[in-house]
Ligand binder design. Structure first.
Ligand code: UD1
Ligand code: UDP
Length: 454
């Protein structure tokens, strides 16, 4: 196995850590670690390598900051050269940043299979650079690991072949579990001089759709000002610091007695802060997942989320940046009776902490990752034919792969009796009454029709 592991930003390093750990246990695996350099400050990058036990990258492309276009195109160019020189069997990346998109494009253009972790998340908001990155990276990937049934279904609904999607859970849960004993020992709360007997809220904000707009940042600042019954801790992303200075809001924030601004924290310290919090307010993807993992209520400072599981299950509420919506959501979470017990009783929508082992086990079994090459099927009719049918007769006795062998049709989506799209693999049996959507060569339709009738 000869694999190029690509990372570029804080959340990618964190979420790749358990995958790297499991890969590095494979004897004879030849791993090239490439850091794009999109994040470069010690507290946005290096600290996570040392804390989470990843060896120093073999190559740092030194891309740094820049516009969406400059940053993305530089990553494509630079990582493209590395792929040409190193000739990996495949490349792998996690998440939805420009580093991931650059890796996906360079890899696919060079006909090297791209493996994507955390696939199928959708916010349906194209003003987010991440939504563009996700959509393209997912569809260029030869193998997608989706964290939840919802993300699996999103991909299947878009026509991505389900036999190349694996429902894996999110590797962030693995990271939290593995570091829990260190997290519990962290002294950060004492070091920051926080009185733990008072309610605590951790805040993070860094998304372009918030930080780039003065009125949106003002909405958040006003809400924090009003919530003075809390101790609020805000480890600040460098992008946010830069923008708040530009908007002249930093001095106002610094003057609030109940608010503590800090540099970005290391992983262990930050997780201890989350663990000690009564409520979390964030626009971060990873922090939303960690809030569910730690069973903490989460106010989502955005107009949408690509992690709707959080909201559906009751861990999260979307408030946007309206100050009164933020304040009332925070207070509702703080003072609602029985909330803590309710959240404690909920399963984690993002998995059970075994995602990385599952991902690496699948890769190990494939071993020669060139076998993952994208398929380019030929259709006698020129393009495929889609059809939806209710499972009955002979089809109800078949698995997904058996139906493919018998008819040439791929199962694209399966809807259960309640109409919900489900996650499946080639060995999944088709059940009477389900509706399935199929794709195949129109020239094979007669075979399918005979089976439906029979
Ligand atoms: C990027 C990702 C985002 C992810 C986030 C994780 C894209 C489009 N965005 O956003 O999806 O959620 O990382 O944190 O890929 N800066 C520094 N030092 C650093 C890194 C950044 O000072 O080490 C400052 C610079 O002023 C830079 C700004 O932050 O211009 C933005 O950095 P950039 O990597 O472009 O985007 P993020 O906002 O970090
Ligand atoms: N994080 C951290 N220190 C901080 C803030 C966040 O270690 O001061 C971690 C957090 O635990 C999570 C990840 O960074 O795992 C989230 O990164 P970020 O919010 O920058 O990006 P996103 O997840 O939104 O892409």
């Amino acid at each position: 196995m000869r694999l190029l592991i690509s990372m570029g930003t804080r959340p990618e390093i964190i979420k790749m850590a358990p995958v790297y750990e499991a890969l590095s246990r494979i004897r004879d695996a030849d791993l090239l670690l490439v850091h794009t350099g999109q994040h470069y400050n010690q507290e946005m990058s290096d600290i996570f390598f040392s804390e989470l036990g990843i060896r120093e990258p073999d190559i740092n492309l030194g891309i740094g900051s820049g516009s969406q276009i400059i940053q993305t195109s530089s990553i494509i160019k630079e990582i493209g050269s590395v792929i040409e020189n190193y000739e990996p069997e495949a490349t792998i990346a996690v998440g939805d940043t420009n580093s991931v998109l650059g890796t996906a494009i360079a890899s696919s253009k060079l006909e090297v299979p791209f493996i994507h972790i955390e696939s199928g998340l959708r916010s349906y908001d194209f003003t987010m650079p991440e939504e563009i990155n996700r959509r393209i990276s997912d569809h260029l990937a030869s193998l997608n690991f989706s964290p939840t049934v919802r993300s699996f279904s999103n991909l299947a609904e878009e026509g991505y072949p389900p036999r190349r999607i694996v429902l894996s859970g999110n590797t962030i849960v693995d990271v939290v579990r593995r570091t829990m004993s260190l997290i519990q020992k962290s002294s950060i709360i004492k070091d920051l001089g926080i009185d733990e007997s008072e309610p605590i809220m951790t805040v993070t904000v860094h998304r372009k759709e918030n930080t780039d707009y003065e009125h949106r940042m003002l909405g958040i600042v006003k809400a924090l000002e009003e919530l003075n019954e809390l101790t609020i801790v805000w480890p600040m992303h460098p992008r946010t610091l830069r923008k708040l200075k530009e908007f002249n809001m930093l001095s106002k924030l610094k003057s609030m007695d109940h608010l503590l601004l800090t540099e970005p924290l290391g992983y262990i310290e930050f997780l201890k802060l989350l663990l000690s919090s009564d409520v979390i307010a964030t626009d971060s993807g990873g922090v939303q997942e960690e809030s569910a993992t730690l069973k903490k209520p989460c106010v989502i400072l955005r107009d949408n989320t690509e992690r709707p599981e959080l909201v559906e299950m009751g861990f999260g509420k979307i408030t946007g940046i309206n100050p009164s919506a933020i304040v009332s959501a925070v207070r509702d979470f703080l003072y609602r009776e029985g909330l803590r017990e309710k959240l404690e009783s909920l399963p984690n929508p993002f998995g059970d902490g075994r995602a990385a082992v599952l991902i690496v086990d699948i890769l190990r079994r494939i071993w020669d990752l060139r076998n993952l090459k994208q398929e380019s099927p030929r259709f006698k009719g020129g393009s495929p034919h889609y059809v939806s049918i209710r499972v009955s007769g002979k089809i109800a006795e078949m698995t997904v792969s058996r139906l493919k062998e018998a008819t040439g049709y791929d199962v694209i989506t399966i809807y259960d009796a309640t109409g919900r799209s489900i996650a499946f693999d080639p060995s999944t049996p088709l059940v009477k009454g389900e509706i399935i959507r199929l794709r195949g060569d129109p020239y094979n339709f007669d075979k399918l029709r005979r089976l439906i009738k029979g």
